[in-house]
Each structure stands twice: as C-alpha cells, then as structure tokens.
Design a protein around this ligand. Structure first.
Ligand SMILES: [Zn+2]
Length: 118
C-alpha cells in the first residue's frame, strides 16, 4: 500500500487542480506579498485554470477554496483584500475572503472612497 501517494500535503482540496494551481503561482515575494498568477488570464484580469472536470475556474477562487478547505458557498465570491491595494491577478490565499457580490461591491466602493479622501 502506498497510501500517501497522490495525496496533496496541503489542506483542503486535493487532486490535480491544486497541483496545477501551485505550479502557476509566483510565491517568491514571501508569505504576505501578493502572489502573481503566472497562468492564463481572463478578460477582466483574473487568473483562470481548468478544474478537474475541465471547467474554467478563477484561480483566486481555487486559492480561497484551498484556504477554506471547502468549496465556496453558492453565489459567494472570492473577494480580494490585498494590503497594497486590490490586485485581481493576486492569488495569495491570505489576501482573499469569502463574501457576497454585495460585500465585494461595498468593499470596493469603501476603498475608492478611502483613496479619494486620502
Ligand atoms: Zn494580494
């Protein structure tokens, strides 16, 4: 028995989508830096990859699922909260949180206001 073979040591999702994810992330900036996505990018600037079923999924959503250890709840978004300003290409799980589309929009509006006020 080779029980550990094929198991991903990282928590949460297992399987080839996780392997493909980590192969396309630049983590060289360190744990707190934004981690640029090196793979394919969609029109709006989000990283994308194919999941194990062949569907195209957002790389930042995969990052958040790895962090949560479960799929995102239905209709929930993977929202960015990057310390240096939100970066759609960032897939550092530490910079992502699960929120509704409304949360995400309110968050973006609040940040724009903060920028204008600064
Ligand atoms: Zn970031």
């Amino acid at each position: 028995m080779t029980r550990s073979r094929g198991l991903n040591p990282r928590r949460g999702l297992r399987g080839s989508v996780v392997d493909r994810f980590w192969r396309q992330v630049d983590t060289s900036g360190g744990t707190d830096a934004c981690w640029p996505w090196l793979g394919a990018v969609s029109g709006p600037g989000y990283g994308v990859l194919a999941d194990d079923g062949g569907r195209v999924v957002g790389a930042h959503r995969v990052a958040l699922q790895i962090k949560l250890g479960r799929p995102l709840a239905p209709r929930m978004c993977a929202c960015h909260d990057c310390p240096g300003g939100d970066d759609r290409g960032c897939v550092n799980p530490r910079h992502l949180f699960e929120g509704t589309r409304g949360d995400n929009n309110r968050d973006a509006v609040a940040k724009r206001r903060a920028l204008v006020a600064a």
